[in-house]
Design a protein around this ligand. Structure first.
Ligand SMILES: Cc1cc2nc3c(=O)[nH]c(=O)nc-3n(C[C@H](O)[C@H](O)[C@H](O)COP(=O)(O)OP(=O)(O)OC[C@H]3O[C@@H](n4cnc5c(N)ncnc54)[C@H](O)[C@@H]3O)c2cc1C
Length: 467
């Protein structure tokens, strides 16, 4: 894929509008045990107005609502609008991996944003593991939370060599997050990880969880604290200017609602409502699976979580669940060269066909001891990620739109970035403070210059990987 032949059509229907969530999305494992608020509407009618309107009920929307209402003696009135069922976007269909990037992309961020910002972003991601753990413990959230180590295992000898040399450079320069990273060369990597073709491995602290259960718990707390949740209510447009009373006018499939402030927690779908984010947050379709053992059979021990990097095209990422089943996402070698399967695609009712069979036999071909396990795929699903054109999320005030905020564009990597970003957005909403007072790394700030930046890091990445 090159810049000249990247897919132009934004969706399967060829509509010039969008991206918008589509009906009949594929069924992820996480949504097989539904919460009572899944189809919830707090009131039969849409409220006519509110102080804060949050669009989107994934981790960004739910965590923003949670933080706005947490310990708030005079909370604003909040309405949360969700196009489909609660938490039916990327959060309800991801890999369940809270895996900070402590070293792998840090050199690239340092080249783009400078060493200090790269270090700050890595620390920010690292802090999420503890922040998520603290939240789960504080609110007693039943979401299969596991604190563990990840092994990033590299299969390609050349990639192993360059990654090790870049890692050594980070260590030499004193990047703080490298203190939690431990390097294993080929022989010990093979022995310790069980990955047959390991050339080396890096291990560090991560977490895994059931993302839908985490979010539904946060939404239920928000509803208990007064938020009005309206599922099955797609927003179709937002006025370009405030009305005479200082409200934004928001049009939905169920009528109009007026809001003083709006938080766009719409991730890959953001450009459907904020056209200035077209080509800045690009919907990208991803695929994930669950692999389970036959009833009564025990899984060979796989106590860590993993990324298996085949080459620069990407990695398969996986967690072991407390029930012994494995969630694996990735599969890029099967489809990344076919841009029309994933780039600028927001239809998660369809599979990525070339990748559907990719997960068959994955455990057997990857791990020693799994050859006769009988492990087999029991579910495959797709989901829409929001990739940003410059590799970092968009957070804070929407430029030139007083009272509008964004928390989106998490690049397939939201679990170690959203909780504290949404806390910062909540502070801006509640206190009217500046982005710089939120503790969110500065490259995340949604600025006019970022919106004018014509670069596209996704296409660059694909071109560099020679696909
Ligand atoms: C297959 C897959 C695997 C992934 N694996 C991982 C992983 O292991 N670790 C990790 O860190 N990240 C992973 N990600 C990325 C991660 O899921 C996201 O970064 C994160 O969930 C984003 O959360 P969010 O709340 O911002 O977006 P979402 O969860 O997508 O929520 C956005 C919500 O907004 C709603 N919405 C959008 N537009 C409108 C509208 N016009 N009107 C009303 N509602 C609207 C959507 O329906 C959706 O529910 C994965 C993603 C996918 C798809």
């Amino acid at each position: 894929m090159s810049r000249s032949n990247q897919p132009k059509s934004p969706d399967a229907s060829g509509s010039p509008q969008g991206p918008f969530p589509v009906p009949n999305a594929t069924l992820p494992f996480w949504r097989t045990d539904l919460h009572e608020l899944d189809d919830h509407r707090s009131t039969p009618e849409l409220p006519q107005q509110c102080d804060v309107l949050i669009i989107g009920s994934g981790l960004s929307g739910a965590a923003t609502a949670y933080h706005i209402l947490d310990n708030n003696p005079s909370p604003p009135s909040i309405v949360i609008l969700e196009a489909r069922q609660a938490c039916s976007g990327a959060t309800g269909r991801n890999g369940g991996h809270v895996k900070p990037d402590l070293y792998y992309r840090v050199p690239q961020y340092a080249r783009l944003y400078g060493k200090q910002a790269a270090a700050d972003m890595a620390v920010f991601e690292m802090d999420h593991v503890q922040a998520v753990k603290d939240l789960v413990e504080k609110e007693c959230i039943d979401c299969d939370f596991v604190l563990t180590r990840a092994y990033d295992v590299i299969i390609d000898p050349k990639l192993a060599e360059t990654t090790k040399s870049e890692f050594d450079q980070l260590v030499a320069e004193g990047f703080p997050t490298t203190k939690d990273v431990w390097y294993a060369p080929a022989a010990s990597a093979k022995a310790l990880t069980g990955v047959k073709d390991a050339q080396c491995a890096f291990s560090f602290t991560v977490a895994s969880l059931w993302p839908y259960k985490l979010v539904m718990h946060l939404l239920s707390l928000a509803v208990k604290r007064g938020a009005n949740l309206q599922t099955h209510t797609p927003v179709t447009s937002v006025s370009e200017t405030l009305d005479a009373d200082g409200y934004w006018l928001v049009t939905t499939s169920r009528g109009l609602i007026k809001a003083k402030k709006i938080v766009f927690a719409t991730n890959g779908y953001t450009a459907g409502l904020l056209p200035e984010f077209r080509e800045k947050i690009i919907p990208v379709r991803g695929i994930c699976s669950r692999i389970a053992l036959p009833k009564g059979k025990e899984a060979p021990s796989l106590p860590f979580s993993y990324s298996v990097r085949h080459n620069a095209k990407g990695a398969d990422y996986q967690i072991t669940r407390p029930d012994g089943s494995i969630i694996v996402g990735g599969g890029r070698p099967a489809y990344w060269h076919k841009g029309n399967e994933w780039y600028n695609i927001y239809d998660d009712s369809q599979m990525i066909e070339p990748a559907v069979s990719y997960f068959d036999g994955l455990m057997q071909r990857t791990y020693r001891g799994w050859e006769d396990s009988g492990a087999a795929v029991d579910k495959v699903w797709t989901g829409i990620l929001g990739y940003s054109n410059d590799l970092v999320p968009y957070a804070g005030a929407v430029p030139y739109k007083d009272g509008q905020f964004i928390c989106a564009g998490f690049n397939g990597h939201g679990m170690p970035a959203i909780l504290l970003t949404s806390k910062g957005i909540a502070k801006m909403v509640n206190e009217g403070c500046a982005f710089e007072e939120t503790g969110v790394p500065w490259p995340f700030k949604a600025t006019p210059s970022r919106l004018q930046n014509p670069s596209n890091a996704i296409i660059d990445m694909v071109v560099q990987a020679k696909l």
